[in-house]
Design a protein around this ligand. Structure first.
Ligand code: URA
Length: 261
């Protein structure tokens, strides 16, 4: 049945109710779920037991789709970044897509020596379809400027997830796993020489481990490239004392980029 309200309005109404303290959905009349389940089971058994008027039984062949395999196929088939963005937009298996307004693919100059990989879009990014444009993004821009980088000239920025998770919750491992083949292809096509891994979710996706406090500032390898984890700017907004460590990490990035020239 077509609903009279659109999906986003329905979600906003539900979120408002949750904020008001509603924690249970109750219908006007009680539903005995045990009886409904029993009835469904009995019907299914009766259907199985009853021969269909001498006809051969209908065979239902279940084809399971592996979302990760599908992602690998779609990502590998993309010959360039525009095709990759289109392939991501067409990918139907990530549940985050349904709740998002826009696909957030990337910003900055593709082909830059350095590529920053953040976590997932927030509200502002979802609205604008660009990564890191909210408060955390403004701080990221200042951090880039401090080491002579800018998204207009010499830095490329993306996220592990291209769709905003509802209420900015952490992405689930299966959501990360199904979008990872796209990120891997994204890195291969953008051809950065250095990766900066921004935040814990990105460490999880690209290094297979979490623990940003321990990992930050340490060069490792991701996708065959030198990669350095760094605190997420949203974390720095909440914990300004950690900016000192991040400054050291930014200087590491700057030195690495200088060494490449
Ligand atoms: N946080 C992220 O990790 N990425 C964005 O694009 C915005 C906020």
């Amino acid at each position: 049945m077509e609903s009279a309200i659109d999906w986003h309005t329905a979600r906003a109404m539900l979120e408002w109710q949750a904020e008001m303290g509603v924690d249970e959905a109750i219908l006007a009349t009680p539903v005995d779920r045990f009886a409904a389940e029993e009835e469904a089971r009995a019907k299914a058994e009766a259907a199985r037991a009853q021969p269909q008027g001498g006809q051969a039984p209908v065979r239902i062949v279940e084809t399971r789709i592996d979302p990760i395999e599908e992602a690998v196929k779609a990502a590998q088939a993309a010959p360039d970044l525009a095709a990759l963005e289109a392939a991501m937009a067409a990918y139907p298996h990530c549940p985050l897509k349904k709740g998002a307004r826009n696909l957030v693919f990337a910003d900055g100059v593709a082909g830059s020596k350095v590529m920053f990989v953040g976590e997932a879009p927030g509200r502002d990014e979802d609205l604008q379809g660009k990564p890191f444009v909210g408060r955390a993004g403004q701080l990221l821009d200042k951090m880039l400027a401090a080491i002579g980088l800018s998204r207009d000239e010499n830095a490329y920025i993306t996220n592990v997830l291209p769709w905003r998770p509802p209420q900015n919750r952490d992405p689930k491992p299966e959501e990360i796993a199904m979008m990872l083949p796209f990120l891997q292809r994204h890195i291969a096509l953008a051809k950065p020489e250095v990766l900066v891994i921004v935040g814990n979710i990105s460490c999880q996706a690209l290094l297979g481990k979490r623990g940003i406090t321990r990992l930050r500032g340490q060069w490792g390898q991701a996708e065959g490239k030198p990669a350095i984890p760094m605190f997420h700017p949203a974390y720095l907004l909440r914990n300004p004392a950690a900016k000192r460590d991040t400054w050291a990490d930014l200087l590491e990035v700057q030195a690495k980029l200088k060494g490449l020239k």
